[in-house]
Design a protein around this ligand. Sequence first.
Ligand code: MIC
Ligand code: SF4
Length: 643
Amino acid sequence: MKQNIIEKILSAHLREGSLGGGEIGLRIDQTLTQDATGTMAYLQFEAMGLREIKTDLSVSYVDHNTVQVGFENSDDHRYLQTVAAKYGVVFSRPGNGICHQVHLERFGKPGTTLLGSDSHTPTGGGIGQVAMGAGGLDVAVAMGGGLFYTAAPKVYLVRLAGELKPWVTAKDVVLKMLELLTTRGNVGVMLEYGGPGVKKLSVPQRATIANMGAEMGVTCSVFPSDNVTGKFLKAQGRGADWTELKADRGAKYARVIDLDLSSLEPLAACPHSPGIIKKISELEGKPVDQVCIGSCTNSSYKDMMTVAAILKGRKVHPGVSLGVAPGSRQVLQMMARKGALTDLLDAGARILESACGFCIGNHFSPRSGGVSIRTSNRNFEARSGTADAQIYLTSPEVAAVAAVTGKFTDPRGAGLEYPAVKEPASFLVDDSMFIKPSPEGARTAVFRGPNIGEPPRNEKMPESLNGAVMIVVGDKITTDHIMPAGARLKYRSNVPKYAQYVFENVDGGFPARCLAGKAAGLHNIIVAGESYGQGSSREHAAMCPMYLGVKAVAARSFERIHAANLLNFGIAPLTFRNPADSAGLQAGDKLACPDWRAAVAEGKPVLLRNGRTGASIECVCALSERQRAILLAGGLLNYTTGA
Ligand code: MIC
Ligand code: SF4
């Protein structure tokens, strides 16, 4: 049978199910974790009684919580380092860079599967990996050799033609894709890029495009592995990792999207969604307070050298604060050796750590009501740490030009020559910030600071539901709305503490109401609109509500990773049979379902009776047999350990 690239990789890793439909179980070759999600993932790995890593490679990165105010983050870093040594995981030390950028440089391998506890893991698709994001618990299971379950995908082909014009970038390609596919309605889709335009894109450019597939909600975005991929791997000293990957002639796709690279122009995602796309020419002249260049989307060597070339001999506008965070230590070291760092310093840039930093609102928050141009991938409300700031997402080129002019400027009309930075023939390879597993490592004593708690467990699913609606929210609620990041991130390993901030920026009274409901024997329910749980993979957006006694989320639709996380923590994801029913619900409504457990166990519709209105609301809990068993057990940890 003729196969596309995704089918080729998936069928080589398929251990359960069929690519024709339903749930599939995949063997995972590589995993990655980062510190914000990883600490809980390794605690869960330990709680499941797993003894060693069964993947070809597992890497633990420290890149998210690198602002060490207080002991909590440092404690987590040391826990991660010691637990990695004990179980055979490669440890990437803080300062070594952002997980996705570093993984692409040093480990990504065409034709393999990569599962990461971070929603931007699909960045690896730039090098021909089926790279997927998941909750930490799913990654812990995969590290222990368990399968990763997901829906058999619908594969769309994005057929690229032509070539990008000067000042038009990979970021503009993916922003255009976001305009076409939007940020919702793409659950279960995998994108495969192809067509003659692909060979004009470098691996880091492909990675930028694959990275922001996460914002469309697709499971992954995969590029072919061709000569360009081979050259990149060779330049990283990893020529032996190359294999060719291309679709068979006549391979089938569920949908084909044609995109002519030469028709694109510089774009921006506007507040407060990566799906609100405008042309830079439409924003021309709008004053800018802050420019942040970096993140896993746009912080490669070429991105940074281009920015430095634009800023060379110029000064940052007095009204703008410019922060630059190179994506990896490799990029930073090369910039230093080439003098690009000096050019940035001379221009007045503030050099930030090679880490997530500003992207996750960990520092560098803009002023109140400020306008910030960023090269990252998410501009959700309040994510920057300043609730009323206006965040725009653009290419590094547009960002650098705005840093000089102090306003949105279409770079094509700015009278500048486009800096022709080439991919290097060889990158600087220095792996000394990785700690590789060793036989002595297995005897390491695991360090646990006072901030590190036990992974919480749910109880078995109750026989009947004695529900109470604790909050009603609208469409496109992100996991940043549910579980704020930024300054709160340091409580990631301490669930009772972190749970105090659930829905902090939406309704600060939610945790206390839930705890009171729980104490009164109620089963707390969240009611939501479409595309609930967009964005981050953080399982805390399920784990902390679970801790607060949430038993079900009733929504019009869910995003993939969050729906899986809800199940993993024993919270039922219910979909309204009639979407209009959600409008008839209010906070405080009591929703009862006497045969709750039986209905879920038998895969029947769930009928919720509203005590206030007397209405009966039909919900669907469409699950595979395996998923039903997980839910009935009260989550994946109980299911796996037979508790
Ligand atoms: C993000 O970009 O939102 C994060 C922070 O990287 C998250 C992971 C997390 O919450 O730790 C993600 O994308 O999954
Ligand atoms: Fe880090 Fe931002 Fe990338 Fe998330 S999106 S991994 S916070 S750089």
